[in-house]
Design a binder for this molecule. Structure first.
Ligand SMILES: [Mg+2]
Length: 281
């Protein structure tokens, strides 16, 4: 399949509903992305439903909606599906209810973990205490190096003592756009560092379980809220998460180029978007 260059305005009539990634598509650290306000307006004007489907686990939906409103994007909290919302099902399925969980991330990240049934605390509250789980939600909200050092130390201690250790990363993204072409590492990269460090002393240590895109759960959650929109288009800026995940979930996908660049990767059809957009403009 060869991705076709397109403008978003041409795609509105082709689909029943739209799943927008947040960072690099609607917003970046510098503010609203070009064309995003008009794109949301066009979907509303066509009477079609939308969801924001984001790996960001650093804001609860209401906080994300407020942030969008602050840059002129009218999106209801109920239209926002986050990887943080996947924690509850994972905690239940993995039998982690009540587990002492060191959470790397913001206050809202810890709120997701608490709502999911974990006994969640921040790195600064760890002291010399024991952990049953390390949950990597975000790069912000804590002293980064102190936090990952504390997580590594606590995780090694748990395995040294022969205790069960669960490693969970709601946001698998390695890199995020900071605006103006600048990039930053985020949760998925921190999980990789922790896993590599842990394996220095425990080669058979458990690996992180990644919850967000490209795994299917977040797409299933978004679709469950849109039963009357069978033909959905996912619009994202990262091939490995947005596009691969959408394709695996059976959805059409449009790549907004930026973090990922399409270079006619004939060898990677699972990553091929249906559409290429320079922006939402
Ligand atoms: Mg993105």
């Amino acid at each position: 399949m060869v991705p076709a260059p397109a403008r978003f305005s041409e795609l509105v009539e082709r689909y029943d509903g739209f799943l927008f990634d947040a960072y690099g598509v609607l917003v970046d650290a510098a503010g609203v992305c070009p064309g995003a306000i008009a794109a949301i307006d066009a979907v509303r004007a066509a009477g079609k439903p939308l969801r924001v489907v984001t790996n960001d686990a650093s804001r609860l939906p209401a906080a994300a909606a407020a942030r969008f409103a602050g840059v002129g994007l009218a999106i209801d909290a109920r239209e926002i599906v986050t990887s943080g919302q996947l924690l509850g099902a994972h905690v239940a399925a993995a039998g982690l209810a009540g587990a002492r969980a060191l959470v790397l991330g913001t206050d809202d990240a810890r709120a997701y973990a608490s709502q999911a049934g974990l006994a969640a605390f921040a790195p600064a509250a760890l002291g010399g205490g024991e952990v049953d789980a390390v949950v990597v939600c975000d790069d912000a909200g804590f002293a980064l190096l102190d936090g990952i050092n504390a997580a590594l130390t606590a995780a090694v201690r748990a395995l040294d003592q022969g205790r069960r250790l669960a490693l969970v990363c709601p946001n698998p993204d390695l890199v995020y756009p900071r605006g103006g072409g600048a990039l930053g590492f985020t949760a998925g990269a921190l999980a990789m560092i922790l896993e590599a460090g842990l394996r220095r002393s425990h080669p058979d240590a458990p690996g992180f379980v990644y919850l967000g895109k490209p795994a299917p759960a977040i797409f299933a959650l978004a679709r469950a809220g849109l039963p009357d929109a069978p033909r959905l288009l996912m619009i994202g800026d990262q091939l490995e998460t947005d596009i691969a995940g959408a394709r695996a979930a059976g959805l059409d996908a449009a790549l907004v180029t930026g973090v990922s660049r399409w270079r006619d990767r004939a060898a990677a059809p699972a990553l091929a978007p249906h559409w290429l957009l320079d922006s939402l403009a």
